[in-house]
Design a protein around this ligand. Structure first.
Ligand SMILES: C[S@@+](CC[C@H](N)C(=O)[O-])C[C@H]1O[C@@H](n2cnc3c(N)ncnc32)[C@H](O)[C@@H]1O
Length: 283
């Protein structure tokens, strides 16, 4: 386990993932009943974009920092920008320094009655998470394998909620298989949960079996959204990324339809970039 998210915080993949995450959480808040948020691969919770690790790669410059001046952003992007500004009040003019990971995003959006279950296997990252949420009674931090925890902890007592699966993909093909195994168990126990699974796109053919898996399992309603910054024909580059969303909220595809062209335009590398938004399965 060499992956450390601090080197990648705020990159284009985070922008993509986190704008969608906020939209999913906001949709859950449309009903008064409490929900549970599961983060199987939580990371450290928050990151310093001016810290040594982030400065070393400079990935945020090609990601979040390209979005800060969008005029009239679509609702999902507006929610993301509002959150960044509220976490960086002193930096409003100068950009942003504190970048929230998925745990801090979720807990910032959640209400007092909602709950978060955060899993992180790497000891240093888990220790940072525990410290960050030491005084937040809504949050449980588990230093354990997120895949195993997911199977053991669903369905939540709230019976409604969202699972974010955001692994490091250090071994691409094996990670897809691990996700499928974990999802098969979780979905059989909790078929009404929302599951959002992030994945990298290097070579197109690496993602096809994963998409076919949802069809073969007859998983009810599955939306796929992808952002390609450059052609998906090199295994050596992160050319884009995608998210499969199982049980997306009502009309969530419409929100994505408004969000994605803005991300495509702002995050492209040369050329025009490319966006995909499709149903993989639709009951
Ligand atoms: C891409 S990062 C997560 C970023 C985070 N979800 C966010 O959006 O801010 C992946 C994290 O998964 C952790 N990890 C790797 N294997 C794991 C496993 N089997 N269970 C739980 N966490 C794991 C890594 O240490 C790393 O912190």
């Amino acid at each position: 386990m060499n992956y450390r998210h601090a080197f990648h915080a705020g990159n284009f993949a985070d922008v993509f993932k986190h704008t969608i995450l906020i939209g999913l959480l906001d949709a859950l808040k449309q009903k008064a009943a409490p929900f549970c948020y599961f983060d199987t691969h939580a990371g450290a919770g928050k990151y310093d974009l001016r810290g040594v690790q982030a400065e070393k790669t400079g990935e945020a410059a090609d990601g979040v920092l390209r979005l800060l001046d969008v005029k009239s952003p679509p609702p999902l992007l507006q929610g993301y920008l509002d959150l960044l500004r509220s976490l960086n009040p002193q930096d409003a003019a100068a950009g942003i320094a504190l970048y929230p990971g998925s745990p801090l995003i979720a807990t910032s959006v959640m209400r007092d009655t909602d709950r978060a279950v955060l899993c992180e296997l790497q000891p240093d990252e888990a220790a940072q998470l525990k410290k960050l949420f030491a005084h937040d009674a809504r949050v449980g931090v588990h230093q354990r394998d997120g895949y195993a925890a997911l199977g053991a902890l669903v369905p939540p007592k709230e019976r409604r909620g969202l699972v974010l699966i955001d692994p490091p993909f250090e071994a691409q093909d094996e990670e897809f298989l691990a996700i499928e195994a974990a999802l098969a168990t979780a979905y059989s126990r909790w078929p009404t949960g929302i599951y959002a699974i992030w994945y990298p796109i290097k070579l197109r053919e690496q993602t096809r079996p994963f998409h076919r898996w949802f069809v073969s399992q007859k998983i009810g309603k599955t939306l796929v959204v992808e952002l390609l910054r450059q052609p998906d024909d090199s295994a050596l580059r992160l050319n884009g990324c995608g998210m499969v969303i199982v049980n997306p909220p009502w009309q969530f595809d419409q929100h994505l339809r408004r969000l994605m062209p803005v991300l495509q335009d702002r995050l492209k590398v040369g050329g025009t970039g490319q966006v995909r938004l499709d149903w993989l399965t639709r009951e």
